[in-house]
Ligand binder design. Structure first.
Ligand SMILES: [Zn+2]
Length: 92
C-alpha cells in the first residue's frame, strides 16, 4: 500500500510513545525506531501530535546511568544549599 505523494501529511500524526516516530502507514505493530509495540486502534499505545522536545530526546539518548544521575542531583543539591547558606550568611 503505497502512500500517495500528493496526499498531505497529517498535521497531528500518531506517534510512538517511546521515541515519537510517526506510526501511521507502518506495516507492523512495532516501532521501527525503538521496537515499542503499538496498536493504532488503541489510543493508549500511541500519542498524537508533535514530536518530543529536542532536549528530551537528547536527554533520553544520553541515558545517564542511575549512579551518575544520583551524583549529579546530589552535587546540584549541595551547590544550591551552599549558595543558600552563603546568601543567609551575607544577610546575617
Ligand atoms: Zn519508537
Amino acid at each position: 500500500m503505497a502512500a500517495h505523494p500528493e496526499e498531505p501529511r497529517p498535521v497531528r500524526p500518531k506517534r510512538c510513545l517511546g521515541c515519537g516516530y510517526i506510526l501511521e502507514g507502518l506495516p507492523g505493530n512495532r516501532c521501527p525506531e525503538c521496537g515499542r509495540a503499538f496498536d493504532l486502534s488503541d489510543p493508549t499505545t500511541y500519542r498524537i501530535g508533535t514530536a518530543c522536545p529536542r532536549w528530551w530526546l537528547a536527554f533520553r539518548l544520553v541515558r545517564v546511568p542511575p549512579p551518575a544521575s544520583i551524583w549529579i542531583a546530589a552535587s546540584l543539591v549541595v551547590v544550591v544549599l551552599s549558595m543558600l547558606v552563603a546568601y543567609l550568611y551575607l544577610l546575617w
